[in-house]
Design a protein around this ligand. Structure first.
Ligand SMILES: *[C@@H]1O[C@H](CO)[C@@H](O)[C@H](O)[C@H]1NC(C)=O
Ligand SMILES: *[C@@H]1O[C@H](CO)[C@@H](O)[C@H](O)[C@H]1NC(C)=O
Length: 176
């Protein structure tokens, strides 16, 4: 049988074998991080600011077309004032649902303390904020999270209907 493999294909087969050996080899870590994300839209120092909207955004019941830039604090515990700061969530979210409140999240979790200080995790995905659990993709990372892939699950911890401020628990599961 082996003799029947055309010589031209041989380098291809060898390359494939080498690649799968590398990816299944040791050194890959699995990390779970739980933290709290604080979207502060009210008060004198908001960390989430709307930078653009469509003509229909104001009259849309889902805020369709709004573009928001965030530099949201990430903390170890749920209380923004007393919990240990871990870093920032920097990026944008877009109200991308016309008939359902559904955000398109595009953000870096920038760690600025603890054992991941200096590293980042890139998260992108759909966030239908009124669902109990929303899953988003971890699409990459830097520092200790180079080559990261995985997923994040978001659960609303508190949402203040009056101010619009929200605290969301994130659990991220990363292979890197
Ligand atoms: C939408 O509402 C905001 C705030 O009330 C206002 O500044 C803006 O001009 C409105 N935009 C449109 C397109 O009506
Ligand atoms: C995080 O790393 C930076 C750069 O090395 C350092 O200046 C800073 O003190 C560190 N922060 C904490 C809280 O360890």
């Amino acid at each position: 049988m082996a003799a029947a493999v055309p010589l031209l294909l041989l380098p291809l087969l060898l390359a494939t074998t080498a690649a799968s050996a590398a990816s299944s080899g040791g050194g890959e870590k699995q990390t779970h991080i739980k933290l709290y994300w604080h979207d502060v839209v009210s008060g004198p120092s908001p960390t989430a600011v709307q930078v653009a909207h469509a003509a229909v955004t104001n009259t849309s019941k889902t805020g369709f077309g709004a573009v928001v830039v965030i530099d949201d604090p990430l903390t170890e515990g749920p209380d923004l004032k007393s919990s240990k700061p871990l870093g920032r969530a920097q990026g944008t979210y877009i109200a991308a649902g016309k008939d359902e409140v559904s955000l398109m999240m595009n953000m870096n979790f920038v760690f600025q303390a603890g054992k991941y200080n200096g590293s980042t995790v890139a998260i992108m995905g759909r966030n239908a904020v009124f669902n109990a659990v929303r899953e988003m993709a971890v699409v990459g990372g830097t520092g200790v999270f180079r080559m990261a892939r995985g997923y994040a699950q978001a659960r609303t911890h508190t949402f203040d209907l009056k101010t619009g401020d929200a605290t969301v628990e994130y659990n991220i599961y990363i292979k890197h």
